[in-house]
Design a protein around this ligand. Structure first.
Ligand SMILES: Nc1ncnc2c1ncn2[C@@H]1O[C@H](COP(=O)(O)OP(=O)(O)OP(=O)(O)O)[C@@H](O)[C@H]1O
Length: 805
C-alpha cells in the first residue's frame, strides 16, 4: 500500500474535492428550492428548458394579457433557446461531473494510488476552471441585465424626460380611463392630444384591453389611425414589460428573452401616400418605445424596402401591390407570419374595389389560420410558416373606414351587430374579406357615423355653372378666397392637366398629384403643399382618402366623383380633427341630378349655394380668355416639339437622315408664321401680366375706391403694389393727385367665412334643382317628340298626296 507524502497529498485533494462538491450541491439545491417556491411550479413542464417557466402560468398581474397568454408560440415573444447552457444546467452538470469524478476517484483510488495519480491535479484544475468560468459568466450576465434595465428605464421616461417640457396632466384626464402605457401617454402629451376622440374612446378598451377584433366606422379626420394604432402599441409594450419583469426576476433569463424579430402587425392601406402617412403617425407615437414601423409601398426601390425589412420591424404598413410582390417573392420578414398579432385593413371599403382586391386576397390567404376562421377557408401557401390547429394564433383583425357604413346593406349589418357574410355576398365584400382574414364572431362593431356620414364641422356648398365656366369660377374662388390650403379634385388626369396649366399661366402656383406621376414627384408635391401656408393642390382621387394635411381650409370638387364614398373622402380632407372647413362643388347642368343623388345617399338635402359676386366675373373672364389662348399656343408648340423629337429620335435609332421636303418658300412661310405666333404670344402674355398686376375689379369699379369683401393673399399683395405705384405716380405728377388710390376694408375672407356670412339665403334645395331640371328635360323631350310626330305626319301626307296624283 502506498503511504507517506503522496498519500497525505491525496487526502488533502480528497478533502478539497469534497468541499467543492458540497458547495456546488448547496448551490444547486438553492436554485431548485427557488424554483420550488415559485407559484407556478406544478406547471413547470421541462426543467431542461431555461425559459419554459414562461409558459402555462397565470399568476402574474398587470395588463390585459393574462400570463397564460404570454406564450411564445402565440405571441411570438421570440424567446430564443439559450445558446450557452444556463447557469443552473452548468451547475448541475458540474456537480454531476464532480460526483462522477469523485466517485470515480473513490472507486479507483487504489489503482490511481498505485501509479495513475498524475492526472488528478489536472482534473481538479478543470473543475476549478469550470467553476471560475461559471462565476465569470454569472457576473457578465448580471452586468448585461443591469445594462438592459438601465436602457429600459432610460427609455421609459428617465433620460428622455429631461429635455421634455413639463405637462399639466390634469388636462389629459380623459385619457386615464383608457389605461394606456406610460410611454404612449408620454407621446400623447408631446402631441398635445388633450382627449381621445370618440372613435379612440370606443375602440381602445375593446381592442387593447379586451383583445377584441374591431370593425370601426367614424367620420373623416376623427383619429381612426390611433384608434387601431394605440391598441397595437399598447399590446406590444405590455408584452415587452412582462418579459422585462421576468428578466429582472429570474437570473437565468437574459436579455435575449426580449429580443425582437417577427412581424407583429400588418397594416394595409389603399394608397402609397396614406401608407407613408400612417407610418409617420405611428412612428411619432411610438417614438419613445423603440417599436419599429416601416412602410412598404410601390414606387420605391425594392432593394431599399428589402433592406428596411432586414431590420425586422414589428409593424409594417403597406399597399397591397408592393406587399404582395415582396411576399410572393419570399421576403422572409413578410412570410414568417406565425407571430402576426394584428391585421389591419384601413379604408377597408376601398380595398374591395377593383385594382386592390386580388392582391389583398392573396395576402390574406397567406395569413396563418386563426381560431376565428374556418379551416376550410384558409389556404396557407408554402412560403408561410403555418401552425397546427393546437397552436392557433390569437390574431386581432381591425377593419376601419369612414364610409364603411354607406352601403345600406352594410349599415343594417352594423346596426344588427353582426357581420356574418351571406352566401350570396360577393367574394369581394368586406364581410367575406374580414372573415377570411380571421375576424372572430365576437368582434366589436363600432359605428360612430351619423346619418350624413360627412364630418360634423364641414360646411358643404356648391356653385351652379356651365361646364366651360368652371375655370372662371375656380379662378374667382382662388383669387378671392385662397386663404389657407386648398385641394381641387378632378376625376380625370386630362382635366387636372388642363386646370393646372391655366392656373399657372394666371400666375397661381399649384402642385399636382395623380397616379401617373413618379412616386418621388408625388411625395414632393405633397411635401410642398404641406409646407405652403396658402398652398393649392390639384389632385385626382388618389389623394381622396386618408391624406391628413393640417390647415386645409377648402376642398373644391372641380368634377364630381363617381360615388358618394369618394365625395365623402374628398371633402374629408378638410374639417379634420378639431378644425372646421368647407367644400365647394362646381356643378354643371349635366351634373345636377348626379349631385342630388350624391346628397341623397348621405341624407343631406340642403346644401348652401356658395356666394359669388358676379360683378367681378367680366374681369375674371377677360383674364381667363387670355390665359386660354396662351395655353392653346403653348400646348400646340409643345405637341409639335414632342412630335418632332419623336421623329428625330426614331430616325436616329434606325440611322436614318431626315429629309426636309419643304421648298424654300414653304420654309420661309413657316418661319414667318412661327415668328408671328411667338410675337402674338408675347403680346398676350404682356397683356395678361398687366391685367394680373392689378387687382380684380368689379364692373362698377370707380377707379378711386376699392372696397373688397374678400381678398386673397395674392390679391392683397396686388393691392399693396398698386397702392405703392399710385402713390409714386402721385408724387411725381401733380395732376395725378386727384387719382390717388384709396383702399378700404381689405378683410381676408376665407370660403367658410363667406359661406357662413351669407346665412340661410344661400340655402338651396337640391331636390328642387334636380326636379326643375327633370321637368325641363321632360319638356324638351316632349317637344322633340311632338316635332318628330308632326314631321312624320307631314311626310305621310306628302306621300299620300304623291300617291293620289
Ligand atoms: N385625440 C386626438 N386629439 C387631437 N387630434 C388627434 C387625436 N387623435 C388624432 N388626432 C389628429 O387628427 C388628425 C386626423 O387623424 P386620422 O388621420 O387618424 O383621421 P382618420 O379618421 O383616419 O381620417 P380619414 O378617414 O380621413 O382617413 C391627425 O392629424 C391626427 O394627428
Amino acid at each position: 500500500m502506498a503511504s507517506g507524502p503522496s498519500s497525505g497529498r491525496n487526502n488533502q485533494t480528497k478533502k478539497k474535492l469534497k468541499k467543492e462538491k458540497k458547495r456546488a450541491r448547496v448551490k444547486s439545491e438553492e436554485q431548485l428550492e427557488r424554483f420550488d417556491s415559485l407559484p407556478w411550479n406544478p406547471s413547470l413542464p421541462d426543467k431542461d428548458d431555461a425559459y419554459s417557466f414562461l409558459i402555462g402560468s397565470n399568476e402574474l398581474e398587470g395588463g390585459f394579457l393574462s400570463l397564460e397568454e404570454i406564450d411564445e408560440t402565440q405571441y411570438a415573444l421570440d424567446i430564443p433557446k439559450p445558446q450557452n447552457e444556463s447557469a443552473e444546467k452548468i451547475l448541475k452538470r458540474t456537480s454531476k461531473s464532480k460526483k462522477r469524478k469523485v466517485s470515480e476517484h473513490d472507486d479507483s483510488s487504489v489503482a490511481e494510488d498505485e501509479g495513475g495519480n498524475e492526472e488528478r491535479p489536472e482534473k481538479e484544475e478543470v473543475v476549478e476552471g469550470e467553476l471560475k468560468e461559471l462565476k465569470q459568466n454569472k457576473k457578465k450576465k448580471k452586468k448585461k441585465r443591469i445594462k438592459l434595465k438601465r436602457r429600459v428605464t432610460a427609455v421609459a421616461g428617465g433620460k428622455e424626460d429631461v429635455d421634455e417640457e413639463s405637462v399639466d396632466e390634469s388636462e389629459y384626464l380623459a385619457w386615464n380611463e383608457l389605461r394606456l402605457h406610460p410611454l404612449l401617454m408620454k407621446s400623447i402629451h408631446r402631441l398635445k392630444f388633450k382627449e381621445p376622440t370618440p372613435i379612440q374612446k370606443a375602440c381602445i378598451p375593446a381592442a387593447a384591453h379586451q383583445g377584441k377584433d374591431v370593425v370601426g366606422a367614424a367620420e373623416t379626420g376623427s383619429g381612426k389611425t390611433l384608434a387601431f394604432g394605440l391598441p397595437i402599441l399598447q399590446r406590444l409594450l405590455e408584452e415587452r414589460d412582462k418579459v422585462e419583469k421576468l428578466i429582472s426576476e429570474y437570473e437565468e433569463a437574459d436579455e435575449r428573452i426580449a429580443s425582437r424579430g417577427f412581424l407583429r402587425a400588418l397594416i394595409i392601406t389603399p394608397t402609397r401616400e396614406l401608407a407613408l402617412q400612417v407610418t409617420d403617425h405611428l412612428k411619432e407615437v411610438a417614438k419613445p418605445t423603440n417599436v419599429r414601423v416601416v412602410p412598404i409601398v410601390g414606387g420605391m426601390s425594392t432593394e431599399k424596402q428589402e433592406r428596411l425589412l432586414k431590420s425586422r420591424p414589428e409593424i409594417v404598413v403597406g399597399t397591397p401591390g408592393r406587399l404582395w410582390e415582396l411576399m410572393s417573392g419570399g421576403a422572409v420578414h413578410l412570410t414568417e407570419l406565425h407571430s402576426l398579432s394584428f391585421f389591419v385593413l384601413d379604408e377597408a371599403d376601398r380595398m374591395i374595389e377593383n385594382g386592390h382586391f386580388r392582391e389583398l386576397q392573396s395576402i390574406i390567404d397567406m395569413l396563418p389560420v386563426t381560431s376565428g376562421s374556418d379551416d376550410a377557408q384558409s389556404h396557407n401557401t408554402e412560403n408561410c410558416v403555418t401552425v397546427s390547429s393546437l397552436q392557433r394564433k390569437k390574431r386581432q383583425t381591425f377593419v376601419f373606414s369612414a364610409t364603411i357604413a354607406l352601403s345600406a346593406d352594410f349599415r343594417k349589418k352594423l346596426k344588427r351587430g353582426s357581420l356574418k357574410s351571406q352566401p350570396n355576398d360577393g367574394l369581394n365584400s368586406i364581410e367575406t374579406l374580414s372573415e377570411r382574414a380571421g375576424m372572430r364572431a365576437s368582434a366589436a362593431i363600432i359605428d360612430l357615423t351619423n346619418a350624413s356620414i360627412l364630418a360634423h364641422n364641414l360646411e358643404e356648398s356648391f356653385i351652379e355653372c356651365k361646364e366651360e365656366d368652371k375655370d372662371a369660377y375656380l379662378f374667382y374662388l382662388l383669387s378671392f378666397h385662397g386663404q389657407g390650403r386648398t385641394i381641387i379634385f378632378c376625376t380625370s388626369i386630362a382635366a387636372l392637366r388642363h386646370i393646372s396649366s391655366i392656373l399657372r399661366i394666371l400666375d397661381i402656383n399649384v402642385w399636382t398629384l395623380h397616379a401617373q406621376m413618379q412616386q418621388r414627384a408625388r411625395l414632393k408635391a405633397v411635401d410642398h403643399f404641406r409646407a405652403t401656408e396658402h398652398g393649392i393642390l390639384i389632385a385626382t382621387d388618389v389623394a381622396a382618402r386618408g391624406l391628413d394635411i393640417p390647415g386645409v381650409r377648402t376642398v373644391i370638387h372641380y368634377q364630381l366623383p363617381h360615388s358618394a364614398e369618394v365625395y365623402v373622402h374628398r371633402s374629408g380632407r378638410t374639417a379634420r380633427a378639431l378644425s372646421d372647413g368647407c367644400s365647394i362643388a362646381l356643378i354643371s347642368p349635366n351634373e345636377t341630378s348626379k349631385f342630388a343623388g350624391l346628397c341623397k345617399s348621405f341624407a343631406k338635402e340642403n346644401f348652401r349655394r356658395f356666394p359669388i359676386d358676379i360683378s367681378y366675373m367680366p374681369e375674371v373672364m377677360k383674364r381667363l380668355s387670355l390665359a386660354r389662348q396662351i395655353d392653346k399656343i403653348l400646348r400646340k408648340d409643345s405637341q409639335e416639339k414632342a412630335k418632332k423629337s419623336w421623329l428625330e429620335r426614331n430616325a436616329e435609332s434606325i440611322e436614318l437622315v431626315l429629309d426636309d421636303n419643304d421648298s424654300e418658300d414653304e420654309r420661309v412661310n413657316k418661319q414667318k408664321q412661327k415668328k408671328a405666333s411667338s410675337a402674338h404670344l408675347k403680346k398676350m402674355q404682356q397683356e395678361l401680366n398687366t391685367l394680373l398686376s392689378r387687382p380684380l375689379q368689379p364692373k362698377t369699379f370707380s377707379n378711386r375706391f376699392l372696397a373688397g369683401a374678400g381678398v386673397s393673399p395674392v390679391l392683397q399683395n396686388q393691392f399693396e403694389e398698386l397702392a405703392r405705384q399710385k402713390l409714386a405716380d402721385s408724387n411725381t405728377s401733380a395732376q395725378n393727385k386727384r387719382r390717388k388710390l384709396v383702399i378700404i376694408g381689405q378683410d381676408c375672407v376665407e370660403p367658410l367665412q363667406a359661406l357662413r356670412s351669407t346665412g340661410e339665403e344661400a340655402c338651396q334645395d337640391l331636390k328642387e334643382i334636380a326636379k326643375k331640371r327633370k321637368n325641363m328635360e321632360n319638356l324638351r323631350r316632349k317637344r322633340k317628340e311632338e316635332k318628330k310626330r308632326l314631321h312624320d305626319q307631314r311626310r305621310k301626307q306628302r306621300k299620300k298626296l304623291k300617291g293620289g296624283s
